[in-house]
Design a protein around this ligand. Structure first.
Ligand SMILES: Cc1cc2nc3c(=O)[nH]c(=O)nc-3n(C[C@H](O)[C@H](O)[C@H](O)COP(=O)(O)OP(=O)(O)OC[C@H]3O[C@@H](n4cnc5c(N)ncnc54)[C@H](O)[C@@H]3O)c2cc1C
Length: 302
């Protein structure tokens, strides 16, 4: 039978992947991290709400983590894109864009998610700067600011309850017909939150900082921040080709030990959790590393 090239391959080498690698590398597991260097937060100037690193740049957190991992000769790095994956008996084989074929006993997906930003002129340039995905990460920096939320329906009600604590100048932009029922509309009115259904044409900004939102022939409105609840997809279809189940919300289905529905395959970070933060990604990665190590340890302790 073919020997695996590595005990563990981790696809995705950002916060969750590096964290999983740390637990594994320190357990003397022979680990390869394949990463193509496209973390979701790369445009944000400062990352917040992660102890000891509050306000650091995403890159500085990454560089420090990678430097610490490079001390472990058990961990190797490959700058490449994993494009296919298949089972080879008890092993998994991953192929990469640059033509490498590498096998492992256990596979971890730490691949993050791909945000699908609405096609609104100027929005992408502001993403992570003044267009915000999460109040815990950037809400404090925009407290009391004149704020819009591009969202609708039930999701908007959830977000509004969190954001209204940070500012009382809040407007919902549904960017088309609103999905609110009568009770929700009454609640929004009671809380002084207006709803604008006009189609958004563009976001005017200075270096990513929102200034005005334009709605075709209607008057533009000045805002300082916009929360955007955007849809997402998984980064890789290797998941599906291996048979990993995806939840209705689009996350990789995992149990409380970070195991996917396929034996030997694990997932951690944004790809399998709606609690989207560096702290949660690091925590999930650390747990994943420990769980993978335990499976390997149990299998060799006969
Ligand atoms: C704009 C923005 C700002 C944010 N700001 C904050 C903040 O201030 N504070 C905070 O705590 N959180 C913040 N977050 C959330 C935080 O960035 C994420 O929760 C965290 O990055 C998730 O880590 P991850 O490792 O799961 O995924 P990611 O960091 O997204 O990394 C996934 C990695 O996998 C790689 N990858 C994917 N597919 C493949 C493949 N097939 N082959 C090889 N490599 C692959 C990618 O290139 C990437 O390097 C922000 C998110 C966004 C979008």
């Amino acid at each position: 039978m073919k020997q695996a090239d590595f005990e563990v391959i981790i696809i995705g080498g950002s916060y969750s992947g590096l964290s999983a690698a740390m637990s594994l590398g320190r357990s003397l597991r022979n680990v390869l991290i394949i990463d193509n260097g496209e973390p979701c937060n790369q445009q944000t100037p400062h990352s917040h709400n992660f102890l000891t690193q509050d306000g650091s740049t995403p890159k500085d957190i990454y560089i420090k983590a990678k430097e610490q991992l490079q001390k472990y000769d058990t961990i190797q790095f490959l700058n490449d894109l994993a494009i296919t994956g298949k089972r080879l008996g008890d092993l998994f084989e991953i192929t990469t864009k640059n033509g490498k074929k590498i096998s492992c006993q256990k596979l971890i997906f730490a691949t993050g998610i791909k945000d699908l930003l609405p096609a609104i002129d100027g929005l992408a340039e502001c993403w992570g700067i003044s267009v915000i995905h999460c109040p815990y990460c950037h809400g404090y920096e925009f407290k009391n600011a004149k704020t819009a939320m591009i969202t609708n329906g039930e999701r908007a009600m959830h977000l509004t309850s969190l954001i209204k604590n940070l500012t009382d100048q809040l407007t919902i932009l549904t960017n088309g017909p609103s999905d609110f029922n009568k009770d929700q509309l009454k609640k929004l009115k009671r809380n002084n939150i207006s709803v604008i259904e006009n189609k958004i044409e563009k976001v005017e900004h200075q270096n990513g900082y929102v200034e005005n939102v334009y709605f075709g022939t209607h008057e533009p409105i000045a805002f300082q921040a916009i929360y955007a609840a955007v849809p997402f997809v998984q980064h890789t279809d290797i998941l599906q080709s291996l048979g990993c189940q995806i939840t209705e919300q689009g996350y990789i289905s995992i149990d409380s030990f970070q195991r996917t529905t396929v034996n030997g395959v694990f997932a951690c970070g944004d790809n399998s959790s709606p609690m989207r933060s560096v702290a949660n990604a690091v925590a999930a990665g650390s747990l994943t590393g420990a769980m993978v190590n335990k499976e390997l340890a149990d299998a060799s302790f006969l």
